[in-house]
Ligand binder design. Structure first.
Ligand code: FAD
Length: 286
């Protein structure tokens, strides 16, 4: 099924993200975790794409297992800046062959050594090409706090519009920990004339080390209320996990109460985290 049709139903949905293994050794464990999460019957599940594309096979294989064994609609991520056009089309061919209809089209991060391929510069170019390559439903990334490389938020939203004009059917946000940031972003996006569904990306933070990585990697603002929780529970892993899950669940409830229907949870391949959130929303997302 196409994700735009799922989102178009206009009711609250919850979907989950998993990441593929880096090595063949971990493949079965990741697949098992992904299928456990699929058993929670999310609206769809996304599978990320390893930077550089060296593990693209696992993205396709996990997405395919979710569809065939998990009976869940998969969304395969695909990045382009470190890929040749040939590689991109090879992966698209594999997705088509497996009957995977949904792709999240990304530029990918610029590697630390700055070495990239030169077939693509921006995700908008990839989106256009995927749309031409077949009957795919295409999503893209967006950044409520602005992408780290962008000069300002207005510029970033202008480039987001280019992705929509290139044909993307929906956009998924980078994680955020203050819903007001999302509400403000949604206002600006709609003012810019972007009408596609915006899927809110929520990260349940379950350990202190994760907090540090988030700050470094994504430029995401951590609100005082969230920092207090890390200060109080950060050194008690079980308490931190519980508090992080409750924080994420409260964020989701507030979003749905304010009309943001599409929720995507970054599960970090943890079925128990996905299951707890799903259970605590059982009457809210049916
Ligand atoms: P783009 O949309 O191309 O934007 C990149 C930068 O270029 C932005 O600053 C934008 O404002 C600017 N820009 C765009 N067009 C132009 C233009 N015409 N002129 C000038 N500037 C322009 N990474 C992975 O490696 N694998 C994944 O699976 C993955 N999944 C993700 C899922 C989500 C929901 C999100 C939010 C991010 C994900 N990422 C993933 C990270 C993503 O690859 C990085 O954030 C990357 O740096 C930007 O990708 P993009 O597709 O948003 O790029």
């Amino acid at each position: 099924m196409k994700i735009r049709d799922i989102l178009g139903q206009g009711r609250p949905t919850i979907s989950f993200e998993v990441f593929p293994p880096k090595t063949a050794e971990n493949y079965e464990a990741v697949k098992e975790a992904a299928l456990e999460i699929a058993a929670l019957k999310p609206a769809f599940m996304s599978v990320t794409y390893g930077a550089g594309g060296g593990t693209s096979r696992y993205t396709v294989d996990i997405a395919s297992a979710l569809q065939e064994q998990g009976k869940v609609t998969p969304l395969a991520h695909l990045t382009c800046v470190s890929s040749t056009r040939e590689k991109v089309h090879q992966v698209l061919g594999e997705l088509k062959e497996r009957g995977i209809e949904n792709v999240l089209a990304l530029r990918g991060d610029i590697p630390a050594d700055g070495r990239v391929e030169h077939d693509y510069r921006y995700a908008s170019e990839l989106i256009r090409e995927i749309k031409e390559a077949g009957d795919f439903c295409v999503g893209a990334a967006c950044y409520p706090e602005g992408h780290v490389e962008s000069v300002n938020k207005a510029d970033d939203i202008k480039h987001l519009k280019e992705k929509v004009e290139a044909g993307c059917d929906f956009v998924t946000t980078q994680m955020f920990f203050d819903n007001n940031i999302l509400y403000n972003f949604l206002y600006r996006v709609r003012e810019e004339g972007i009408r596609v569904p915006v899927v809110a990306g929520i990260m349940p933070v379950t350990s202190k080390s994760q907090t540090r990585r988030i700050g470094l990697m994504s430029g995401t603002e951590l609100p005082v209320r969230f920092k207090a929780l890390v200060d109080r529970f950060g050194d008690d892993p079980a308490a931190m996990k519980q508090a992080g899950i409750v924080y994420a669940t409260e964020q989701i409830i507030d979003l749905i109460a304010n009309g943001v229907n599409a929720i995507h949870v970054y599960t970090m391949n943890k079925p128990e985290v996905a299951a707890k959130i799903r259970a605590d929303l059982s009457e809210i997302v049916r």
